[in-house]
Design a protein around this ligand. Sequence first.
Ligand SMILES: Cc1cc2nc3c(=O)[nH]c(=O)nc-3n(C[C@H](O)[C@H](O)[C@H](O)COP(=O)(O)O)c2cc1C
Length: 185
Amino acid sequence: MTTNQPINDVMNARHSVRTFDGVTTIKHAEMQALLKTAFLAPSALNLQPIRALVIESPMIRQQLATATGNISQLTTASAVVLFVNDRENLAEKKPFLPSQQTGVKEHLDIAALDCGLVAMQFMLAAKDHGYDTNPMTGFDHAAFSQILNLDTARYEPLLLVAIGKAVTAGKMAKHKAIKTLIDFQ
Ligand SMILES: Cc1cc2nc3c(=O)[nH]c(=O)nc-3n(C[C@H](O)[C@H](O)[C@H](O)COP(=O)(O)O)c2cc1C
């Protein structure tokens, strides 16, 4: 259930959490609602190449935990969501201007950007629903694909996001001074 906090409060309250309570389950309707919000994210040319695999099974997560250093997240979260690039989405690409045509490599780079936006929106929606999250690139893509029986020609794993109820509240990470990050011209 959404807390309806102002978006700025949600953004300030989101912190990576790596140990969850291990007991909370998220109903499919709620997970679907979170992902529906996540997939409102913009994508290049509105191609929407990202897909989400919601991994709930404790048995599968135990197996996946052998293919990542992020064991606590895998084993204690309510679910882990694997965001992948669907390469076959390329087939739907019908650029209307030559300047919008991109090669396959650019496509993967662009899909990674699209993925980041979907995942960020997912994490904020999750926070708004009272859950915490942790985005992770630290996992063995090939091993995950094998354990999850993914068609590797089609699906490119990009980002894993653990979601659940935190055991202890996440803390604000150290952030660089804003003046070292931005410039105006
Ligand atoms: C692309 C990406 C990959 C990450 N991979 C991992 C990871 O494999 N394991 C982990 O514990 N945290 C991972 N993180 C979380 C970062 O460590 C965390 O976002 C950063 O320290 C800032 O903390 P915050 O999320 O609490 O703001 C990742 C974050 C991003 C954006």
